[in-house]
Design a protein. Structure first.
Length: 291
C-alpha cells in the first residue's frame, strides 16, 4: 500500500504508555493470557465486546461508561506502525466525509485508541485477546498493534493492506453506527434466538467488510493507494479470518449455525463487492437472499 507522506489523522489516541489515567496497573494480556488463539479469533473484528466480556467476568455485559481522566497522547512520530494506522484512519475519514456529504449528511470521525493488554471502554473492559473492536457507546475503534503480529504469524494474513482492511472494517462498524444500523440490529437481537442472533451478527459483519471495500474503492480512485498484491492481501485476510477457516483450524469441524462473522468466501465476496462497486447501497446484507 502506498501511504507514506499521506495525511495522518488527529483522531488517534495513544493509550499504550500508561499514565493516561487508565489505572490498570499496566501489563499486557491481563487475565486473558491463557485464552487460546482459536477461541480468541472468533472474536476478531467483533463489533461489541459486551457479550464476551459479560461471559468472562459474569457481569452480564451491561454497558458501563468509564471515564478516561486525561486526554490520551498522540503516538510518537518515529512509531512507523502507529503512523501507518493513523494514515489509514485519515484516509477513511476523507472517504467517508465525502460519501456522507454526497448523501447530504455529515460524517462524524471516530477516535482510534492504541492500547496494550487491556483498556476501559464505554462497552466495558476491552482486552487484546478479543482482537480489534469498535465500541458504539464511545464511537472508538480499539486496537492493540500486536494483533498485526498475530495476523502475520498465526492467522496466515500478512501484508500492509491486510492491516488496512482491519482498520477499514472497524470503521465500517462506525459507519453502521452513524447510519442507525447498529441500533436496529441490537433491537432485533433482543428478541431473537441464538441462531437468529448469530445470523444477524454475520450480516452486520459482512456489511462492515463491504464498507471496508467501499473505502478501498474510493481511496484508490482518489489517491491510488493500491500496489500489486494489495487486494490479494486483503482477500486472503478475509479468508483466513472467516468463521469456517477459524473453526476448521480450531476444532477440525465447521458449524455454520455458530458463525458470527461469515465464512471466508462470504467475507471475500462482500469486501470485493464494496471494492468493485464503491457504493453503500450495494452493501445491504440484510436484504440479501444469498450471502
Ligand atoms: Zn466486525
Amino acid at each position: 500500500m502506498k501511504w507514506e507522506g499521506n495525511r495522518e489523522s488527529d483522531n488517534v489516541e495513544d493509550a499504550r504508555t500508561g499514565g493516561g489515567g487508565f489505572g490498570l496497573g499496566g501489563g499486557r494480556g491481563i487475565g486473558l493470557g491463557t485464552v487460546a488463539i482459536a477461541l480468541v479469533a472468533g472474536w476478531i473484528f467483533g463489533i461489541n465486546p459486551l457479550t464476551i466480556l459479560g461471559a468472562l467476568d459474569g457481569s452480564g455485559g451491561a454497558p458501563m461508561v468509564q471515564q478516561q481522566q486525561a486526554p490520551a497522547a498522540r503516538p510518537p512520530p518515529e512509531d512507523k506502525l502507529a503512523r501507518f494506522v493513523s494514515t489509514v484512519l485519515a484516509d477513511t475519514e476523507d472517504v467517508w466525509r465525502e460519501q456522507f456529504a454526497q448523501a447530504g449528511g455529515t460524517y462524524r470521525d471516530p477516535k482510534l485508541v492504541l492500547f496494550r493488554g487491556a483498556v476501559p471502554t464505554a462497552c466495558g473492559q476491552g482486552a487484546s485477546a478479543m482482537g480489534p473492536f469498535y465500541c458504539p457507546g464511545d464511537q472508538k475503534v480499539y486496537i492493540d498493534l500486536d494483533f498485526y503480529e498475530t495476523m502475520r504469524t498465526r492467522l496466515g494474513a500478512p501484508g500492509d493492506f491486510a492491516q488496512a482492511y482491519v482498520i477499514a472494517h472497524e470503521v465500517g462498524h462506525h459507519v453502521q453506527n452513524l447510519l442507525g444500523i447498529t441500533d436496529k440490529v441490537d433491537t432485533m437481537r433482543g428478541r431473537a434466538s441464538e441462531v437468529q442472533r448469530n445470523a444477524l451478527s454475520v450480516r452486520l459483519e459482512l456489511q462492515a467488510d463491504c464498507f471496508a471495500g467501499v473505502w478501498a474503492h474510493h481511496a484508490q480512485a482518489a489517491r491510488q493507494v493500491l500496489e500489486a498484491g494489495d487486494v490479494e492481501e486483503a482477500l486472503n485476510a478475509a479468508t483466513q479470518i472467516g468463521d469456517d477457516t477459524l473453526q476448521r483450524k480450531a476444532q477440525g469441524t465447521i458449524v455454520p449455525e455458530s458463525f458470527t462473522h461469515g465464512s471466508g468466501a462470504q467475507r471475500v465476496a462482500w469486501f470485493r463487492r464494496g471494492l468493485e462497486g464503491g457504493s453503500l447501497q450495494q452493501c445491504n446484507t440484510f436484504e440479501a437472499r444469498k450471502l
